[in-house]
Ligand binder design. Structure first.
Ligand SMILES: [Zn+2]
Length: 96
């Protein structure tokens, strides 16, 4: 019985911790190096070597590194070069 209670506590603690690491990702305009197409791609800040605590309104695509992502045109995992951070899209999703 007490073992079950312990488990519940741990689950509750795990939730907020995982949500701060960016489960949804940041929408960016990114060019696929394979086919040259630009698509809105969601990726994590960590994948672009950006400190996740950065203020997104200060974030410049030029500061972001390329990241790997599956391309629906190439049907392969290719490199993407971020060209714009779609902070407007993020803000509208957050609402309020
Ligand atoms: Zn592609």
């Amino acid at each position: 019985m007490s073992a079950n209670a312990d488990r519940d506590d741990r689950d509750l603690e795990a939730d907020p911790a995982s949500s701060t690491s960016g489960p949804v990702g940041v929408p960016v305009d990114a060019v696929c190096v394979g086919c040259g197409r630009t698509r809105v791609t969601r990726t994590s800040l960590e994948a672009m070597e950006i400190d996740p605590r950065v203020d997104l309104s200060d974030l410049d695509a030029a500061d972001c590194t390329s990241f790997k992502h599956v391309c629906r045109s190439c049907w392969a995992i290719t490199w993407r070069n971020p060209i714009a951070i779609l902070t407007g899209l993020l803000e509208s999703e957050r609402g309020e």
